[in-house]
Design a protein around this ligand. Structure first.
Ligand code: ADP
Ligand code: ZN
Length: 754
């Protein structure tokens, strides 16, 4: 029997050797410890949180085979490909696998070669397969997308409810269930239906700080999307639509702009769908326009944005869909187009459902609507929904980046309320705005609304402004919507008080969208930067070259590019420029197998982009010195050479700086990090400059533009080579604060190779 500490040490070695990662993410380690102690485990983690590692690593460490139940063929294929690329023996069996191949796979399972076997629930439950499993040594069962078991959920799969036979037939084999859906009913269903034995439930934070959350008014959506695409060239993204027709027409419009786009919906044959999905995974299509049929189990880690053309039905669905962006942890964007008309059509749709579910669904829709109409930090609202609280505003949503200003909206409100009353409470929202703005269209004229006193009283404000203010009035309870009367607006008692000037109405100023989407001060959104940065940096050039190389190799091997390396791994290569084995293996995401397969090609690419040709010789020399065990313990990691913590205090200091570093890497500005962590801006600046001095890579361009660096460099030269900061500060007439000066000096030092 192994002693307690050893399995985790092996798990860490496996993580480094096969995945190329130095450390487990928070919670992964606990989960793995628990599983390896043979206990049932439930894991609730958001998409991109790193669930796969939780069962794959123990599967490699432990003896025997891990059987993974997975609901989707595409998902199995991707995961198995990714495992193989990392050098882990894995296979899948489902209806798409031919008889002879199945035999080969079962053979490999029997002789103990395979570590992981993915199966569809149908296959697993078949008589023959259960008998076959009896002949295997099974280390554990992993139930992926376990929320499919719950009839309350949105992905219910009847076959999943029969999975209890696993417990009945294999009472001693531990079960780990994983899902990105966190609600309580689902959690309970998973535990009871799988007959889990006193499972430990790991509920990770559902926060995805790298996702920039944006809501835009639903006018001119197509224009908005085309403009968005222009600002995000070459970045992979998904657009969710409600209808098949919408998918197809929008795709055409995007294609007409020269962007490689395809659509995906349930009206297509499985073959058509498969090939579109494949093209997207392989970066042959940049954009997918899809109904919600698309995306479950999509493992593509470099999806940079998700757009919702329509309001989703509930926050669970929305969160799962936007979670498909930025799985690699790099900055990503989620844009939701919102209009009240969407709420109305969804209400109609949901009211036709099973009456037992209608009330629940309508309540969920209301929460979704509240999110879209919010005037305070959106991430707080989302996390709140999942039962989490964020102590500070997030700094990475449209509201936080551009906080609305308040003004006295009493007069505006009175105009609108008066029009509602004079129109005998029969106008819908759009009609009310038209009347206020003095429009002369069919609906206005035929209702005789051009005759009422308030007709045209709000001419001075654009449509969208009125739209926002009337929504605020709805939210404040001055008006309500009579759904059963053609969505007519009615005044409430509170509204009457306003009309009688007995109550002031503070309102949030409406912000046009261009302003709302501007990146926060000091933050270089990866996306915006890619589009706008005038001179393309050396780093960006190398990144593009590495991406192209990845695509060539992927096509040759017939695998999706991200299976070779993720975007964040390439990004790190572009910054670190590894030209030998040690440096390459220090890059996060480069494990042994991948290094052996691709290392040299990528090193050569780095070298052709300004690397030192003499280093090639070094590379060959290095080859002889190299021994595989060296990689088992992470070492010599240039980027993170934090000294051994001597005391607990210094260990804490390191970990708080590490947190700052992570948030910086996600693209948050200093102010946003400070706000988020409840620390002073100065503290965060100290963290960053200390990190920089220790060799961590910061995005210097966030703090100093090239011409500013040049200016400081000139000043430095004028003052002699190592001036005091104070002198530099004065010499530059206090233009730069000490933080930026310190960074600049360190930057020059690094340039000189000191
Ligand atoms: P999920 O299944 O929860 O959606 P994945 O398991 O696909 O998430 O992980 C998301 C991404 O994070 C993948 O690219 C994965 O390789 C990466 N990842 C997982 N664990 C770690 C870790 N400990 N360190 C660095 N990256 C990790
Ligand atoms: Zn926020």
């Amino acid at each position: 029997m192994l002693f307690a500490a050893e399995p985790l040490a092996s798990a860490r070695r496996v993580l480094k050797q096969y995945y190329g990662y130095d450390t487990f993410r928070p919670m992964q380690e606990d989960i793995i410890g628990h599983i390896m102690a043979g206990q049932d485990t439930v894991v609730l983690m958001p998409t991109g949180g790193g669930k796969s590692v939780c069962f794959q690593v123990p599967a490699v460490v432990q003896e025997g085979l891990c059987v993974v139940v997975s609901p989707l063929i595409a998902l199995m294929k991707d995961q198995v490909e990714a495992l193989k690329a990392n050098g882990i023996a894995a296979a899948y069996i489902n209806s798409s696998v031919g008889q002879s191949e199945q035999q080969a796979i079962t053979g490999e399972a029997l002789n103990g070669y395979l570590k992981l076997l993915y199966v569809s629930p149908e296959k697993l439950l078949s008589e023959g397969f259960l008998t076959f499993m009896k002949r295997l040594r099974i280390s554990m069962f992993a139930i992926d997308e376990a929320h499919c078991i719950s009839s309350w959920g949105h992905d219910f799969r009847p076959e999943y409810t029969q999975l209890r036979v696993l417990r009945e037939q294999f009472p001693r084999v531990p079960i780990i269930a994983l899902t990105a859906t966190a609600d309580r009913l689902t959690q309970r269903d998973i535990q009871t239906q799988l007959r889990l034995h006193e499972p430990r439930v790991f509920l990770s934070s559902f926060d995805r700080p790298n996702l920039n959350l944006i809501v835009r008014p639903g006018q001119d959506r197509v224009g908005g999307i085309l403009e968005f695409l222009e600002r995000h060239p070459g970045e992979a993204g998904i657009i969710y639509c409600l209808s098949r027709k919408q998918c197809e027409t929008l795709t055409q419009k995007i294609q007409a702009k020269g962007v490689k786009a395809g659509y995906y919906h349930a009206g297509m044959t499985p073959n058509q769908r498969g090939s579109v999905q494949e093209a997207f995974l392989k970066d042959d299509l940049q954009v997918i326009v899809a109904t919600i049929a698309f995306g479950m189990g999509i493992d593509k880690s470099n999806v940079r944005w998700v757009i919702h053309y329509n309001l989703p039905k509930n926050i669970e669905g929305y969160y799962q869909e936007i979670g498909r962006a930025g799985r690699d942890g790099s900055p990503a964007t989620a844009v939701l187009f919102y209009s009240f008309a969407d709420v109305m059509s969804l209400r109609d749709m949901l009211s036709k459902d099973d009456p037992k579910l209608t009330q629940l669904n309508l309540t969920k829709l209301e929460r979704m609507q509240q999110f879209a109409e919010a005037a305070s930090c959106r991430r707080k609202i989302l996390l709140n929904y999942f039962g989490e609280t964020l102590p500070q505003d997030c700094g990475n949503c449209d509201i936080c980046r551009n906080p609305p200003t308040t003004f006295d909206g009493t007069e505006l409100a009175q105009k609108a309320l008066s029009a509602v009353v004079r129109g005998r409470e029969r106008m819908s929202l759009t009609l009310l705005i038209d009347v206020l703005r003095g429009m002369r269209n069919q609906a206005v004229l035929s209702g005789g609304y051009d005759q009422i006193k308030t007709y045209g009283a709000g001419r001075d404000l654009p449509y969208l402004d009125w739209y926002s203010y009337i929504h605020q009035m709805l939210n404040d309870g001055l008006l309500y919507i009579a759904y059963e009367e053609g969505y007519a607006l009615k005044i409430t008692d509170l509204g009457r008080e306003v009309l009688q000037a007995q109550r002031p109405v503070p309102m949030k100023k409406f912000q046009p969208t261009e302003k709302a989407e501007k990146p926060a001060k000091g933050r270089k959104g990866a996306a915006a930067a890619a589009a706008k940065a005038a001179p393309v940096s050396r780093e960006a050039q190398l990144f593009e070259a590495l991406r192209a190389l990845r695509k060539r190799i992927a096509d040759e091997q017939g695998v999706p590019p991200y299976v070779i390396f993720t975007d964040s791994t390439l990004q790190e290569m572009a910054v670190e420029r590894p030209v030998n084995r040690t440096a390459m293996l220090a890059i996060s995401g480069v494990g042994m197998k991948k290094f052996e397969t691709y290392g040299e090609a990528f090193i050569r690419e780095v070298l052709t982009h300004g690397g030192n040709p003499a280093a090639l010789a070094e590379l060959d020399e290095d080859a002889e010195k190299f021994e595989p065990q060296e990689t088992k313990a992470p070492r010599n990691r240039r980027k993170k050479e934090a000294p051994e913590p001597a005391t607990q205090a210094s260990a804490d200091a390191n970990s708080t700086m590490e947190t700052t570093f992570q948030l910086h890497r996600m693209g948050l500005s200093v102010e946003a990090i400070a706000e988020r962590r409840g620390l002073a801006v100065g503290t965060i600046q100290t963290h960053l400059s200390t990190l920089y001095s220790r060799g961590y890579e910061l995005r210097i361009e966030d703090f100093l533009k090239p011409q500013e660096l040049a200016e400081i460099q000139t000043a430095q030269a004028q003052l002699g080579n190592s001036p005091m900061l104070r002198d530099l500060f004065d010499h530059l007439r206090e233009k730069y604060d000490y933080f930026r000066l310190r960074l600049a000096l360190m930057y020059f030092k690094k340039l000189r190779g000191e």
